[in-house]
Design a protein around this ligand. Structure first.
Ligand code: 5GP
Ligand code: MN
Length: 322
């Protein structure tokens, strides 16, 4: 079923994605928002997300994003959750739960689907790719919608590098590039350009990283004190864990930062042998086989010990099989 068929009776539609939204989540939410507005101008469409990093302001619809999860509508006819399961929706979770029809669209292997309609496709390289395949008129987009989808796919594939890319992904990118937007500049503005602070904390994270398990694992942690010193914001960690993973010989990278007291946000990346979605899932997190995350309680050493023992068990069992 395509999007317009799903929403054909609706007068009010809500859209949201996961907390700390990334490029795919923001791109998908705004692409869907713009698409619905374009095709159904008489329908009220609201989009709810945590405050995104400011450089996403280059996307049309950015200023319409509602950050506080508040609305005068208590029960939307349709509510979309994009790129996330229900328990990661943050402030809009309640609106999603109360909606008459809940639609969950995601490509995370850890999401079983929480909606009345669930479109789960772990083989899609990005939720934006999946969303594109659900549009009724993909040939009749406009530059703003194309740009939002392009951003989402570019960000979730490390700019078209990950193994999740397929010929289909490239076909979609080729179709999107026919629209009139600056596809090189937008990647520079939203992906490659870093603030001074972001470079400083990347430097700290690399400098203080520790390799273990004979160089197959790497971990780095930034404490609350360091983050406060640099005035770091939540979007500033993007890319650090991937740089750790790019260390020669490393199979698995762990990057963590202290959210408060004995609590850490943990990012896990794998070259493919270790399934990090499975490890994050053991502690209430999730993600993809090669990229996953979780929030964990304990000291730095507690968290590293418990995660690395799971990594080691997976590496050992793979070795026995191989
Ligand atoms: P990151 O490490 O960049 O925060 O996230 C990597 C992947 O794991 C992303 O696809 C993200 O959506 C997912 N992820 C990160 N943290 C969590 C979490 O706490 N729960 C779940 N279910 N997924 C997460
Ligand atoms: Mn995604």
């Amino acid at each position: 079923m395509k999007i317009l068929e799903m929403v054909k009776e609706a007068k009010t539609i809500g859209i949201t994605g996961h907390v700390r939204p990334d490029g795919d989540c923001i791109g998908a939410s705004l692409a869907l928002y713009l698409y619905l507005q374009k095709n159904l101008p008489e329908v009220r469409v609201d989009v709810f997300l945590d405050t995104p990093p400011p450089f996403f302001a280059c996307l049309q619809g950015f200023e319409a994003i509602i950050n506080d999860g508040k609305s005068d509508i208590k029960e939307y006819d349709i509510f979309f959750a994009l790129d996330a399961p229900q328990n990661r929706l943050g402030k809009a979770e309640n609106l999603f739960k109360k909606a008459k029809t809940r639609i969950n669209i995601d490509h995370h292997v850890s999401n079983d689907g929480d909606g009345d309609i669930n479109i789960m496709q772990p083989e899609a390289a990005a939720t934006c790719e999946l969303l594109y395949s659900l549009l009724d008129f993909p040939d009749e987009l406009d530059a703003d919608i194309a740009k939002a989808i392009y951003i989402g796919i570019a960000h979730d594939t490390g700019v078209f590098r990950y193994g999740s890319m397929t010929p289909k992904t490239f076909e979609i990118i080729a179709a999107l590039m026919k629209y009139d937007f600056d596809f090189a500049q937008i990647l520079n503005d939203t992906y490659f350009e870093r603030t001074y602070v972001q470079h400083q904390i990347l430097g700290r994270a690399l400098l203080e990283s520790i390799v273990f398990m004979d160089g197959r694992c790497i971990v780095s942690c930034l404490s609350r004190r360091t983050l406060d010193f640099y005035h770091v914001g939540s979007g500033d960690f993007e890319g650090i864990v991937n740089r750790l993973l790019a260390t020669k010989g490393v199979e698995c990278a762990i990057f963590m930062y202290q959210t408060r007291g004995h609590e850490y946000k943990v990012s896990l990346r794998s070259q493919g042998v270790v399934d990090v979605a499975e490890i994050a899932g053991c502690f209430g997190g999730g993600g993809h086989v090669r990229a996953a995350g979780v929030t964990m309680k304990g000291t730095f050493h507690d968290v590293v010990n418990i995660i690395s023992s799971r990594i080691e068990a997976q590496l050992d069992s793979r070795k026995n099989v191989g």
